[in-house]
Design a protein around this ligand. Structure first.
Ligand code: FPP
Length: 259
């Protein structure tokens, strides 16, 4: 396969111009991405779906590099939903194999670049070896703070809310919490990663206009940005365009603008 994507900040004039339009004082603190369209990319170029996933890893590298470069401090990527386990066994196993390869090859590089790697979702359904590698990666990188890279694996937004309710129940039984004192703000503390801010911007590729059970609680007031590109084709230029567009949005969080 000849299609390669290199991270080169010596961009053509128009991209450099776009880059210069980023307001450094208004960078989204947290970007979430639903990386969709790998399978269709494979089909479009006459390959198996799994080749699309492999190609999608190049785009993952690009968004990580670009986020680091422009100062996005939290990046959440939807890598495997709880429903994806029902895909054909060959595709599921290939994805698990790909996760293992990424963990083996990339984690030390992420660590050297000061990236903290965290997981949302239940990785215990993965082969024990890979589950252990996800845990090791989180342990190794836990003190890094250049960028928090949150990978959603076997993740469901509804399940995260159900799990939080279970934790609330336990806290009430322990006597640590009175149920009538539970507020939205406090409920956040029972989510998988209460330490990271809610996403400011959520991007979805492949021309689908859905949230698909990703960070449901967290995205209540998130700005949405959709791209028609299949994930392996999603470019650095588009990512920057999404950020610049986000910076033009007026965020009111349900209130009225300042008069
Ligand atoms: C959606 O495309 C993409 C996935 C289910 C997997 C994406 C995973 C990676 C790119 C690997 C990243 C891994 C880590 C650990 C960072 P799809 O198969 O749903 O595409 P389709 O809609 O065309 O079928």
């Amino acid at each position: 396969m000849s299609k390669t994507k290199t991270i080169d900040f010596k961009m053509p004039e128009s991209e450099a111009e776009l880059y210069s339009r980023i307001d450094g004082n208004h960078i989204p603190r947290h970007v979430g991405i639903i990386m969709d369209g790998n399978g269709r990319w494979g089909k479009k170029y006459g390959f198996a779906r799994v080749i699309g996933h492999r190609e999608g890893v190049e785009t993952v590298r690009m968004v990580v590099e670009t986020s680091l470069d422009i100062g996005v401090k939290h990046l959440s990527l939807f890598a495997f939903s709880s429903e994806n386990i029902f895909r054909p066994l060959m595709e599921v196993n290939s994805l698990f194999g790909l996760f293992e390869e990424i963990l083996d090859i990339e984690v030390n590089k992420l660590h050297k670049r000061g990236i903290r790697f965290i997981v949302s979702g239940d990785t215990s359904i993965l082969p024990e070896r890979i589950h252990a590698k996800f845990n090791e990666a989180q342990k190794l990188t836990r003190d890094n703070d250049n960028l928090v890279l949150n990978i959603a694996v076997n993740y469901s937004g509804r399940q995260e809310i159900v799990d939080a309710v279970r934790e609330v129940h336990k806290a009430v039984l322990r006597g640590d919490l009175k149920i009538e004192e539970l507020t939205e703000e406090f409920f956040k503390d029972f989510l998988y990663h209460p330490e990271i801010p809610y996403p400011d911007l959520l991007i979805r590729t492949s021309g689908e206009y859905r949230i698909s059970n990703f960070l449901l609680w967290q995205c209540a007031y998130t700005e949405l940005w959709f791209s028609d590109s299949l994930w392996p084709e999603f470019s650095q230029e588009e990512y920057i365009r999404a950020i610049v567009d986000y910076q033009t949005r007026e965020r009111r969080f349900g209130k009225v603008e300042n008069l």
